[in-house]
Design a protein around this ligand. Structure first.
Ligand SMILES: Nc1ncnc2c1ncn2[C@@H]1O[C@H](COP(=O)(O)OP(=O)(O)OP(=O)(O)O)[C@@H](O)[C@H]1O
Ligand SMILES: [Mg+2]
Length: 382
């Protein structure tokens, strides 16, 4: 059903004119990452960088055309700056576009030349999303511990909580104070050797957070653009659960170097993990690997282990999808207690096997990022 809706939208877009080359936007290869799920349609239109500002009418026309297709409940279209190689590659591992200067190793992403759409986080070397299809599988716990482990490696690390509805960082980092501001700029909090930002630092934990889609994007953009992150080697982004708006927009508005998918071993979680992998592949963000969390139960008293959720499912699933399996973490009460206490296990108990597992995964991730040279496609903020 998703597929036929995609096809119907594609047909509808045949009527939308490419204002640059004539013809229509589909045949010109400008439509990218078209997805449809539960009636929600999302895609991007590639436009020449220098003409991005004039392309808003095109964006709206495409959105209207898509929204008019029977079965479409809502359509979201974003503009992306032109790339050399339009369209995602099969398998999603190949990066489109030229590896712009500074895209390798310790190089930083290029800054936006004046007059172009804002490029968020220009001084961050690599931006990695920690995501999952399903909620509650341990994304935040994983993101925090990986970030601490990367910082312990001597890297300059940022940790961004992209979960606007249910931010976890204030608790997991033990950070209750409000960040300082300087003029319009927010100074990120420093914890465990890294810089961190979360909407939860700004809004009281008790305040019910009711956000509409555009507000979520605004908040996310602010946390990227208006925070004094400084130069960073890597930013770890703790994503909200699911494969919705925030994921797509995040993957489009910042140059993501890749995504790490966290899953528990149960079948339902794996199914959602697969969806997560596909979603990132569709928007041309490489999936760096899969981590199995709560892989097996580790008894705190006797150290005995039990494979209560069917250990190894994520490894098998990763192999099936052709994605690297990065490692596994047991279900262990210390991981939760220390996270709840704001002292991530990698920082509080670096000698434990679990801390070692996080460090191993972090080291592998960093190595892998050094190999994955090219930067992600850059999306223009309308
Ligand atoms: N390996 C683990 N062992 C024990 N407890 C864990 C482990 N990983 C996560 N937890 C606990 O499970 C709960 C959910 O974890 P976490 O908040 O990291 O998940 P999440 O995927 O970020 O959730 P959400 O989708 O709501 O953002 C937390 O209480 C956390 O402390
Ligand atoms: Mg979370």
């Amino acid at each position: 059903m998703g597929e036929s809706l995609v096809e119907a939208v594609r047909q509808a877009l045949l009527t939308v004119r490419d204002p640059v080359g004539g013809g229509n936007v589909v045949e010109a290869g400008l439509v990218q990452g078209l997805t449809a799920r539960d009636g929600l349609v999302q895609f991007a239109i590639a436009v020449p960088r220098e003409r991005a500002r004039e392309m808003e009418p095109l964006r709206q026309a495409a959105e209207r055309a898509a929204a008019g297709v029977p079965g479409v409940l809502s359509a979201t279209v974003v503009l992306t700056a032109h790339r050399a190689d339009p369209g995602p590659k099969p398998g999603g591992a190949g990066r489109a576009g030229p590896p712009a200067a500074g895209g390798h190793g310790h190089g930083h992403a290029p800054k936006a030349p004046a007059g172009q759409g804002a490029m968020l986080l220009p001084d961050v070397g690599k931006i990695v999303a920690v995501a999952s299809g399903k909620g509650g599988v341990g994304k935040s716990t994983t993101a925090v511990n990986l970030a601490v482990a990367l910082a312990a490696q001597g890297l300059r690390v940022g940790l961004l909580d992209a979960d606007i509805y249910g931010p976890s960082l204030p608790q997991m980092l033990g950070a209750q104070e409000k960040p300082r501001t300087e003029g319009n700029t927010i100074i990120p909090l420093q914890r465990w050797g890294l810089k961190a930002m979360s909407i939860g630092f700004l809004v009281d934990a008790e305040t019910p957070m009711i956000w509409r889609g555009p507000m979520v994007m605004g908040a996310l953009e602010q946390m990227m653009g208006q925070v004094a992150w400084g130069a960073l080697d890597i930013m770890v982004v703790d994503m909200p659960p699911g494969t919705g708006d925030a994921q797509l927009t995040m993957s489009q508005r910042v140059p993501l170097a890749g995504a790490v998918i966290v899953s528990t071993p149960q079948d339902v979680a794996l199914l959602d993990a697969r969806r997560g992998v596909r979603m990132f592949e569709k928007v041309n963000v490489p999936v760096l690997g899969v981590i199995e969390n709560m892989s097996y139960y580790c008894c705190p008293k006797c150290g005995d282990r039990a494979d209560i959720f069917g250990h190894g499912g994520a490894r098998a699933e990763a192999a099936k999808m052709g994605v690297e399996f990065l490692g596994e973490l047991p279900l262990k009460i210390d991981i939760r207690l220390l996270a709840d206490a704001g002292t991530p296990i990698v920082a509080a108990r670096p000698e434990t096997e679990e801390a070692q597992a996080y460090r191993r995964i972090a080291a592998r991730l960093w190595d892998k990022l050094q190999g994955a040279g090219a930067t992600a496609p850059r999306f223009v903020v309308e």
